[in-house]
Design a protein around this ligand. Structure first.
Ligand code: UDX
Ligand code: ADP
Length: 454
């Protein structure tokens, strides 16, 4: 059996690496039109940072895992073709700001139709809006070669992708359950996963249930974060502590403890996009009340980010012009170099609008990426990029912790306090530091949903 994956991104790269690792008898070709990305996958400096990924890539690359730009050859030779390209939110025309841009998916489907000499199993891997399979099917059916389209959404979370892929809660495969060929295609894909995942964890559904389940799972997760973030605002007003509330609430086994960490807001490439997709779908099917309900989750996320940046400005005497702020962390979460939809982007934009000076430190995000996300020129005098969190904090009026990197927990805060301006503020946007210790050292401090700590 041969597998081809179109798109060597955050989803395609790690997913195919684990498939190749678990199935040594299957040749896996990951192809991409972006030459620099493919070159990076073939180098020691992988384009995606994920704990444990580099080790497995070095084991399987060149054995049964190959990265290349030769899209056509890989499609032609494959029995199963995964489509794992980007599906960003549309920025133009009908549905701009909420619908997904399917042009990359469509061009993949056209390419598959053009170069294939026999029917294949085509798998939607990237997050797709519901009924995207229809688009792919319609294009492939023009060939008369007998393709089968499956939906196999990815549930990996960045930062824990390898562990999630090796031991997923479930694998979802949607296909045409009503036809013999459809059932056969589902079974073929299932047999790949069954090599390392117990069969009872592989859920088989029709195409539309699979596509909608992915959107719904992400919407529910985002909703939990917006719910606890909404309560964090109330905690700050009333003197309750959001972590204590989350613990008490999450101890109810019907609710559960996960995804109840109040924060500066969720980020990442999936939550916002999938929520907007859901909203678009509801509006399309004339369900305005349902659309409004889910839009509220996204509105709360926006509110949480702006509430945080306003609080920083307010605490620094409502004036941050010319003041140095140490920005600790820029990735949307820890253990990834991904900044897509990172709450840090909106928050830093707010600070720049107030003409603050920003000194960045993130262990994995490049200077180039931060400049790109904030639309900064190379000679913008308001920003500085630092090699250590200590350097960023030097002469700073405040430390703004935006990503909960583990290394921030174990720094020499006495040394940091000495190097900062007075009063020395810390805004812990992830409630991840030892607040008692910082207060004892004389820092002024704000967490999320913690009321007045100092
Ligand atoms: C998410 C889903 O978890 C995954 O199943 C899906 O396939 C893709 O989208 P990802 O975006 O990679 O994964 O990371 P996730 O761990 O879900 O975090 C998303 C955002 O929510 C991050 O910005 C994170 O910091 C934030 N978050 C998460 C909170 O603010 N509080 C929490 O309690 C959990
Ligand atoms: P994800 O997080 O979904 O993996 P990424 O943006 O990280 O998204 O990766 C998607 C990849 O798909 C990019 O590297 C992009 O170059 C690639 N891609 C987009 N369209 C095509 C196409 N038609 N053929 C091959 N690769 C494509």
């Amino acid at each position: 059996m041969r597998i081809c994956c179109i798109g060597a991104g955050y989803v395609g790269g790690p997913t195919m690496t684990v498939i190749a690792h678990k199935c040594p008898d299957i040749r896996v070709d990951v192809v991409d039109i972006n030459k620099a990305r493919v070159d990076a996958w073939n180098s020691d400096n992988l384009p995606v940072f994920e704990p444990g990924l580099a080790e497995i890539v070095s084991e399987v690359r060149g054995r049964n895992l190959f990265f290349s730009n030769d899209v056509d050859a890989a499609i032609e030779a494959a029995d199963i073709v995964f489509i794992s390209v980007n599906t960003p939110t549309k920025t133009y025309g009908h549905g701009a700001g909420s619908a997904s841009d399917l042009s990359f998916v469509e061009s993949c489907a056209r390419r598959i139709a053009e170069v294939s000499k026999s029917g294949k199993i085509v798998v939607e891997k990237s997050t797709m809006p519901v009924r995207t399979a229809d688009v792919i099917k319609t294009i492939l059916n023009t060939t008369g070669l007998g393709f089968q389209v499956l939906s196999n959404p990815e549930f990996l979370a960045e930062g824990t992708a390898i562990a999630d892929l090796k031991s997923p809660d479930r694998v979802l495969i949607g296909g045409d359950e009503d036809s013999e060929e459809g059932r056969k295609a589902i079974a073929t894909l299932s047999s790949v996963y069954e090599r390392w995942i117990p069969a009872e964890r592989i859920i088989k559904t029709n195409l539309w249930s699979s596509e909608l389940s992915k959107l719904t799972a992400n919407a529910f997760l985002a909703q939990r974060i917006s719910s606890i973030n909404a309560i964090s605002a109330l905690c700050e007003a009333t003197g309750a502590d959001v972590q204590q509330v989350a613990k008490a609430v999450g101890s109810d086994s019907r609710i559960g403890p996960k995804f109840l960490n109040a924060s500066i807001g969720y980020g990442g490439s999936c939550f916002q996009k999938d929520l907007l997709n859901l909203v678009y779908l509801c509006e399309h099917f004339n369900l305005p009340e349902v659309a409004k309900y889910w839009r509220g989750v996204s509105d709360m996320n926006r509110y949480q980010k702006s509430r945080f940046s306003r609080q920083v400005v307010d605490c620094l005497f409502r004036n941050i012009m010319g003041k140095r702020l140490a920005i600790w962390g820029f990735a949307f979460k820890e253990n990834t170099n991904d900044t897509r939809e990172s709450p840090a982007i909106d928050i830093c934009r707010d600070f720049l609008a107030e003409n603050a000076k920003l000194a960045f430190y993130d262990p994995k995000v490049s200077e180039e990426q931060i400049r790109k996300d904030l639309c900064l020129t190379v000679d913008d005098p308001r920003v500085e990029f630092c090699k250590t969190p200590y350097e960023a904090a030097e002469n700073a009026h405040a430390i703004i912790l935006l990503t909960q990197w583990e290394e921030f927990k174990n720094l020499d805060y006495k040394r940091i306090k000495k190097a900062m301006m007075t009063p020395a503020w810390i805004f812990d946007g992830r409630n991840s530091l030892d607040h008692r210790l910082l207060l004892d050292l004389g820092f002024l401090l704000r967490g999320i949903g913690k009321g007045n700590l100092s």
